[in-house]
Design a binder for this molecule. Structure first.
Ligand SMILES: [Zn+2]
Ligand SMILES: [Zn+2]
Length: 1020
């Protein structure tokens, strides 16, 4: 009989770094072995439930969805105490006393929903080391669950191993009573000697309580061949090596064993047969998986019954506001047309209204939202609703690139927000729509080729360098496609074998960087989708990944963008000194000459999308002078257009003859004038997708909606569809008087360009952010670079690069300032290092300093010492503050403060007492004057190196040394001086003499330096 056993205890990949098999593989094997059913019981979750259901259905095996859950050791789920049943040894309660294991199977659709809800509660209420449930929850949600008593780490197993027979009986009795007819005693035999004794006890106990036994194998991998992969995985998890594993399953067989093997384990035949009895008890889950998509529901004002009506009203009002009260007739018609298209899609009106509400709430908190990205910038409705800030009329976006009335689908909008506020954005969404209705989509991280080799090398005890050597035998990734391990060119040794086993398997879980789902009111997400709440707090995360989630909830994308944080922080710095800036949103407003000059010189380091070396080269060639050039740059700077030399053509045509239209640019002489309106702005080149639609509109007379269909076929290289459309294209063109020859020429240009072309609406959104960053860098360099340095302060590669850029820009890097921020902050003629960078000043001390400072910067040493939090006055902290230069702004005599630390601390106590009693000495204290000549750059540099990791004080060259200044130094000096107004003195140390020189006197300085030698430049 082939069907005498079914596996009811199986760990897939969602038992992360413990289950080495995939349900796809398990299902295939179960079918091959002739097994009628297959259960999935991952640790603490049913995240692979849907996969199991699909894979089993595919091969005609009955799916059984379950979980090996964590049960509290008799305690309340909210109680976070560890419990010991004996002396705390190896055999005691698992997880250091936090939980026991229990195998739970969903009996049918209700059971499956209960299982999902249990998972949700185990995270939300029971999380302690693991997501846990307690007996109360089991009773409440157990009506349709089938319970197997669990593995050796189960409550029963633990009691029996500890010899606590009475307690074991109590456990069995409680479960037998609570789950009448649905509680089974689980027996396992993997080949471990101690299992025999345990099984005898379990069988005796089953008899005592009149319970059936069920034989399971604790399946952790597919077959015996994949056992080594599982061993390696456990070593990855426990960061140990195969030679000395920190956790091991021993030599037992934990694979999906055939029925005859299970039968030969010497356990009662009945326990094998009971697996089929259990499988019989399970109903179909289909209805849970066939619920269909749930649309978000917008909140409507009382006077509206339908979202569509409210959308109309709100979009119309928004348009009037956007157009300062006077929308054109064209605008009104376009809005109406878009609204009709949108309202033809079920749920789309709600979707957009919800998005608009969120963005309104986010902006109300002063969080910077990107102007728009993707094709959404082509929609006037989306603009009128305030979802994007891209005026499609001004920016040349086309609605049909966003939504095609000929092929309706839910709109897809991506929103960028400043990355340091993304968590707050999710919180705002939860506040608007309810914690349980807002879920972030989960992701799973898999071993890539490089990761697999690295992990394999580690578990084989290789050094990091040896691991790197393996990774070097992989080809470079091409066009963003991940590297296949099969392309490995090195020796195929045991490390490679292990890597092959790990490659493509899950090694961890994460959260999608953008995708959020919002369920309608009344929809119980936790009863349809397995959820988790990382660490037991914060937003819910789905156990399903995004493409599965798309069957359940409409996706909203909120992506954190670092550059928006930089812009927001720059604006904050500017506001602090009374400069209020409004960011430009229209092409015509992006016209600052200085910005384009800087870009044309290639000084774009730190600017969004314009930062790379290659891009800087292109900037210098192309010499952008208007906003359209930035758009073109973003569109051209990709392998396709560059491979076709489109960037060269653009640069040449723009910079020859003042960029005036030339007939030579025409795709075909006959088409030159006709296509000029569409292509003039890009010098006759097709750069943007929107232009393809315009060209087809002009030549064939097609609407954008019709043209978009052909465009999609071209872009997807759908030859069949292209061939089918070509006769229509030619017929339409001929009808409008174009020759067959010219139509062929155009077709041949269009096909590759459709592929290369870029979404203009997207370019416009990103172009604006790029322009903002370039504008701020050119016009407010101190504030902008301070914000930029802060954003890369943890990036060891980029920080030095940006610090060097500051030097090139003539911005001095100053020591941290007690009045500055945790990150870099603008100072007088330079940028202060962040207080957060000082070693020995923790975040809590900084928070204390910031709190006492409030909006009133410290004005003097006395002011600082009498107000500041006591923690900042510990000797260690004080020393760090002084030595790093953080108090320089209050008292530049750093060395004096340093030698008097103890006295200072004592004096501070007196000051505090005085200010507490309202007394005030009239005079600031005086310090003994530091002897002349004792000022030592060397000491300061040592201190800075020690406390900041970088020496900021410039090192003067030894007296008497002469050498010529390098070209680089000259350049740097020229910059410093040109950016220093004449009245803020620049000090030059020339030949041992310190000279204060006005910056205007550059030729003299140059001459001095060139003749004398070298120098130290510093501001006092
Ligand atoms: Zn277990
Ligand atoms: Zn297990």
């Amino acid at each position: 009989m082939p069907d005498e056993f079914a596996h009811l205890h199986v760990h897939g990949e969602k038992s992360i770094t413990d289950g080495a098999g995939k349900f796809r593989e398990y299902a295939d094997r179960a079918a091959r072995l002739g097994m009628p059913a297959l259960a999935g019981t991952d640790h603490g979750n049913a995240n692979d439930g849907r996969t199991l259901w699909e894979e089993c259905n595919r091969v005609g095996v009955k799916p059984i969805i379950g979980s090996e859950i964590y049960l509290t050791p008799g305690t309340d789920r909210r109680d976070r105490t560890r419990v010991r049943w004996a002396d705390g040894g190896e055999a005691d309660v698992s997880g250091g006393g936090a939980y026991t294991h229990l195998t739970v199977l969903a009996g049918g659709p209700d059971g499956l929903r209960d299982l999902f809800e249990l998972q949700h509660l185990s995270y939300t209420e029971g999380f302690y080391s693991k997501p846990r449930v307690d007996r109360d929850l089991l009773r409440m949600y157990g009506q349709d669950l089938i319970i197997l008593s669990g593995c050796v780490g189960g409550e029963l197993g633990t009691r029996l191993r500890l010899g606590q027979l009475d307690e074991a009986d109590e456990t069995a009795a409680w479960f037998a009573e609570t789950f009448r007819g649905r509680y089974w005693i689980e027996v396992m035999s993997h080949g471990n000697p101690w299992e025999t004794d345990l099984n005898e006890q379990l069988i005796a106990l089953a008899k005592r309580h009149g319970l059936g036994t069920v034989l399971t194998n604790d399946v952790h991998y597919l077959d015996t061949l994949s056992a080594p992969t599982h061993r390696a995985m456990l070593c990855v998890q426990t960061q140990s090596t195969l030679a000395r594993p920190a956790m091991s399953f021993g030599d037992g067989n934990y694979s999906l064993r055939p029925a005859r093997e299970m039968d030969s384990l010497g356990l009662p035949k009945e326990s094998s047969r009971n697996t089929l009895v259990v499988a019989e008890q399970i109903g179909s889950y289909d209805e849970v998986f066939e619920e269909g998509l749930q649309f978000p529901v917008a909140r409507l004002p009382d006077e509206f019954e339908f979202a569509e009506d409210y959308l109309h009203a709100r979009a119309n009002a928004g348009l009037i506001q956007r157009r300062q009260g006077f929308p054109t007739e064209q605008d009104r018609r376009q809005l109406q047309y878009e609204l009709e298209t949108i309202c033809n899609i079920p749920g789309a009106a709600d979707y957009l209204l919800v998005e608009a509400d969120i963005i309104e709430a986010v902006k109300a908190e002063g969080i910077l939202v990107g102007p728009g990205r993707g094709s959404a910038g082509g929609s006037l409705v989306v603009y009128a609703l305030g979802i994007t800030d891209l005026d499609p009329v001004a920016h040349g976006g086309i609605f049909e690139r966003f939504m095609n009335p000929n092929r309706l689908g839910m709109p897809d909008i991506d929103i960028d927000v400043q990355d340091d506020k993304r968590d707050r954005v999710i919180e705002i969404i939860r506040e608007l729509y309810g914690d349980n209705n807002v879920v972030q989509f989960g992701t799973y991280l898999t071993f890539g080729a490089k990761g697999a080799l690295g992990a394999a090398a580690r578990v084989h005890g290789k050094t990091f360098e040896q691991g790197q050597a393996y990774a070097r035998q992989l080809p470079e990734p091409k066009a963003g496609r991940p590297v296949d391990l099969a392309d490995y060119t090195g020796l195929r040794d045991e490390v490679y074998d292990t890597a092959e086993g790990l490659f493509g398997r899950i090694r961890g879980q994460g959260v999608h960087p953008a995708a959020v789902g919002i369920a309608p009111p009344g929809y119980r997400v936790e009863r349809s989708i397995p959820l988790r709440r990382p660490g037991g707090v914060g937003p819910l995360v789905t156990g399903y990944v995004d493409h599965v989630m798309e069957e359940y909830l409409v996706k909203y994308d909120f992506l954190g963008l670092r550059n928006l944080t930089i812009v927001a922080n720059t604006l904050k710095f500017l506001k602090q000194r009374g400069v209020a800036l409004t960011l430009p949103l229209l092409p015509g407003e992006c016209n600052d000459r200085k910005t384009y000059e800087q870009l044309s010189e290639g000084y774009s380091l730190g600017c969004f999308q314009l930062d790379g070396t290659q891009m800087r080269r292109l900037l210098r060639r192309l010499k952008p002078s208007e906003f359209g050039d930035i758009l073109a740059l973003l569109a051209l700077f990709r392998p396709g257009p560059m491979g076709a030399d489109a960037d060269d053509y653009y640069a040449d045509r723009k910079n020859t003859n003042g960029g005036v239209w030339s007939d030579d640019w025409a795709i075909h002489p006959e088409l030159g004038e006709a296509l000029r309106p569409a292509l003039e702005e890009t010098y006759g080149l097709i750069v943007f997708q929107e232009q393809v639609l315009q060209v087809l509109n002009i030549i064939c007379g097609w609407s954008y909606a019709e043209a978009a269909l052909l465009f999609d076929a071209m872009r997807k290289k759908n030859i069949e569809k292209m061939d089918a459309t070509r006769p229509n294209y030619e017929a339409a063109g001929l009808r409008r008087g174009y020759s067959a020859e010219s139509l062929t020429a155009l077709w041949e240009v269009l096909v590759p360009f459709a592929d290369y072309s870029f979404n203009k609406a997207h370019s416009a959104g990103y172009g604006l952010v790029a322009y903002w960053t370039a504008y701020l860098k050119a016009n407010h360099p101190v504030e902008y670079m301070a914000a930029t340095l802060t954003s890369v302060s943890d990036d060891q590669d980029r920080l030095p690069e940006y610090l060097a850029e500051c030097a090139r820009m003539g911005l001095r890097i100053l020591p941290p300032s007690i009045n500055g921020g945790f990150g870099f902050s603008p100072g007088d003629g330079g940028i202060h290092y962040g207080l957060g960078a000082i070693k020995g000043v923790g975040a809590s001390v900084y928070a204390g300093i910031e709190e006492t400072r409030g909006t009133r910067p410290f004005s003097s040493l006395r002011d600082f010492f009498s107000r500041v939090d006591q923690r900042a006055l510990s000797l260690g902290t004080l020393k760090a503050l002084v030595a790093s230069g953080a108090l320089d702004t209050l008292c530049p005599r750093r060395e004096e403060l340093y030698v008097q630390q103890t006295e200072l601390a004592a004096r501070a106590i007196r000051w505090r007492a005085e200010s507490a009693f309202g007394q005030r000495s009239l005079l600031e204290p005086t310090f003994p004057v530091w002897p002349r000549g004792m000022y030592s750059t060397t000491t300061r540099r040592e201190w800075e190196q020690q406390y900041l990791g970088v020496a900021l004080t410039t090192q003067p060259i030894e007296l008497g040394t002469t050498r010529r200044v390098t070209q680089e130094e000259l350049e740097w000096l020229r910059n410093v001086l040109s950016r220093n107004p004449g009245d803020s003195p620049v000090w030059l140390l020339i030949g041992g003499r310190k000279m204060s020189l006005p910056s205007a006197n550059w030729p003299a300085i140059e001459a001095a330096i060139e003749s004398v030698g070298i120098f130290d430049v510093s501001a006092p």
